[in-house]
Design a protein around this ligand. Structure first.
Ligand SMILES: Nc1ccn([C@@H]2O[C@H](COP(=O)(O)O)[C@@H](O)[C@H]2O)c(=O)n1
Length: 265
């Protein structure tokens, strides 16, 4: 019987733990968000975890540089609380992390096509992401990344912020994904006008989960900022109406879910 523990910490932030190795993706734990009131960015709930209490992280992965994903205040607090923690992300983020005070020797630049071996039987495969569009620099390095965790018998995909693109489906198809964590906030002209880049919506996330054959699909990016959300009801409806039997897990902020991979009881 194989298992992995996942804690949801808000927006797209999660902490994953397996085989004694613990990592966080996009921890955004600042109570006063960048922008913040009186702007449109009003958190729906306070951070469920204090970054200063994250004392045993081995790795933090950042998907892109937007302030609700790369939160320098949170990351500096983690660097201090978890002295053995490495910080990794797209090259743009790696440079920002160093500028923001994370020691350069603890920062790794990741790119699609180059696997990143870690402890605990984990290999991280950086995946391209289309946060409204795919942006690649002159050296072919993606500005936005998702991550595929090939973790000693359990495969977990964290999409970061992305649309569904045929090239993404092709990149994911070779893997048998046990848990796929997908943004579902969608996009529209009126958010674009306010410089809010879009992602896949609930319908597209449901289709992707079914098309890839994910065991569980986990929606993200729907509950923290209601100005950039399409809610959760549509996602459940899509699965119920069109993909009956597709398993899913909807997190509450701060909740820990233990995924167990077994056919036996
Ligand atoms: N507190 C925040 C959160 C987000 N933004 C900006 O919104 C845009 C979209 O954010 P994503 O989650 O889709 O990456 C992006 O430009 C963020 O910087 C913000 O200003 N304040």
């Amino acid at each position: 019987m194989l298992s992995a523990a996942i804690q949801y910490i808000g927006q797209v932030g999660v902490i994953l733990s397996r085989n004694g190795f613990k990592l966080a993706v996009d921890p955004f734990l600042t109570p006063d968000a960048p922008g913040g009131p009186p702007t449109e960015w009003v958190r729906a709930y306070p951070p469920p975890v204090d970054a200063r209490d994250l004392t045993d992280l081995n790795l933090v992965l950042v998907t892109h540089e937007h302030g609700d994903h790369l939160d320098a205040v949170t990351l500096r607090a983690i660097a201090e609380a978890s002295p053995g923690c490495t910080f990794a992300g797209p090259d743009v983020c790696a440079r920002i992390l160093v500028e923001k005070g994370i020691p350069a020797e603890r920062v790794v630049s990741l790119r699609h096509g180059e696997a990143f071996p870690c402890g605990g039987g984990l290999t991280v495969h950086p995946m391209p992401a289309w946060h409204e569009k795919r942006i690649v620099d002159a050296e072919g390095r993606d500005r936005f990344l998702g991550y595929l965790f090939d973790w000693d018998g359990i495969t977990i995909y964290h999409a970061g912020d992305t649309l569904v693109d045929e090239a993404l489906v092709s990149a994911l198809k070779p893997f048998r994904i046990d848990i796929g964590m997908l943004p579902i906030n969608g996009r529209d002209l009126f958010r674009n006008r306010r410089n809010i880049d879009g992602n896949m919506n609930a319908r597209e996330a449901a289709d992707l989960a079914a098309d890839i054959g994910m065991d569980y699909v986990v929606p993200l990016h729907f509950d923290l900022y209601m100005n950039n959300s399409e809610g959760i009801v549509g996602f459940v409806g899509e699965l119920f109406n069109r993909f009956r039997g597709q398993k899913y897990h909807i997190f509450q902020p701060g909740e820990v879910w233990v995924y167990v991979k077994t056919n036996e009881i």
